[in-house]
Design a binder for this molecule. Structure first.
Ligand code: ASP
Length: 342
């Protein structure tokens, strides 16, 4: 007899799992075990669904590496039992979590699909139901006995994206996410259409494992005209700093003032990796294209190419956790590990 796919639905928190308390008018988390009461349509899906919830669901603004370890531990313990995972998460930091999980889950050969919603599941006009139902359907897709999708994804408002390519772009619209440097992996219309060519191909012979020792001491600095020399010096002379990401202008450009460049030079001299990512939502860093990025290249700043800031933070934590030497750090960072850069 044909076995139906088994999906594990993990609830971490966020708007999607909330209902209105009619007495107080405030939004609160609903009892996740009663999910079927709110979305009876789940009974109609051609897969079996089990659920797990964080004991205390959180607003994703409180997300942190300890929760990431908790989440990957749930996936690790249940990896062999389930065919796919759907993670319900607040949209605010979903791209950060989903990006980091894409690095922490090594040799992944099953789908982990993140979703959430802009309106609570208990709201009449909610976007939660479609997001939830289609995410489960996508996670349950099979091809020749294997999951059709085998990577960490984010599904929102009719589009499935590679998670580590996404950014939250809107706080109000149902279309809250974008992936400007990589096409959607699937789109939901009258049919679910899969963009086969865009999918990652897993190596099913390698054993799945979870990496949990994320590095600490990361600083993320957004360039802006008028950045103060004193403040910058203070940041780069911080003892505990392990890695710096600079969000630069356009194709990777920065101010050429001496205090800025010499601050970076000192940091790189201490063996601290400095990553250049663009503050534009789309496009790529290209150091050397303009005079204002030539010095960065000479100093040994690492190019984030077309990586998102969220994925750069995730990758930096992941690589620092591996204790990679400063010699090979640049080569490894500039190599795509999970399809996060072109
Ligand atoms: N503040 C909420 C969160 O990120 C918003 C949402 O769920 O979309 O947890």
């Amino acid at each position: 007899m044909k076995q139906i796919p088994k999906i594990l639905l993990i609830y971490t928190g966020g708007t999607i799992g909330m209902i209105m308390d009619f007495k107080t008018g405030a939004l609160e988390n609903f009892n996740f075990n009663e999910l079927l009461t709110y979305v009876p349509e789940l009974n109609l899906l051609d897969c079996s669904i089990s659920t797990k919830s964080f004991k205390k669901p959180i607003d994703s603004s409180n997300m942190n590496p300890d929760y990431w370890v908790r989440l990957t531990t749930i996936i690790e313990k249940n990896y062999d039992t389930y065919d796919g995972f759907v993670v319900l998460h607040g949209s605010d930091t979903m791209s950060y979590t989903a990006s980091v999980i894409s690095f922490m889950t090594e040799n992944l050969a099953k789908p982990i699909i993140f979703t959430g919603s802009q309106l609570p599941i208990g709201d009449l006009r909610t976007d939660a139901k479609e997001n939830l139902i289609t995410s489960i359907q996508l996670a349950a897709l099979q091809h020749k006995g294997n999951p059709r999708i085998a990577e960490v994804c984010l599904y929102f408002e009719y589009k499935l994206y590679r998670a580590n390519r996404t950014t939250k772009i809107n706080a109000q619209h149902f279309q809250a996410f974008a992936s400007l440097n990589y096409p959607p992996l699937a789109e939901s219309g009258v049919e679910l259409s899969i963009n086969e060519e865009a999918l990652l191909i897993p190596n099913r012979r390698k054993k799945f494992r979870v990496f949990k020792e994320l590095g600490k001491g990361i600083v993320l600095l957004k360039m802006f005209p008028g950045m103060d020399a004193q403040t910058f010096r203070h940041i780069v002379s911080y003892d505990e700093i392990q890695g710096l990401i600079i969000e630069t202008y356009g194709s990777g450009n920065v101010t050429t003032q001496t205090w800025f460049l010499s601050g970076l030079k000192k940091l790189i001299g201490r063996g601290i990796p400095v990553i250049n990512v663009t503050q534009c939502s789309g496009g790529s860093v290209n150091m050397g294209l303009y005079h204002t990025s030539v010095a960065l290249k000479k100093l040994g700043v690492i190019s984030g190419k077309d990586i998102t800031t969220e994925a750069a933070v995730a990758k930096l934590m992941y690589l620092l956790g591996h204790g990679i030497s400063s010699k090979s750090f640049r080569t490894i960072f500039e190599t795509s590990l999970r399809g996060e850069m072109s």
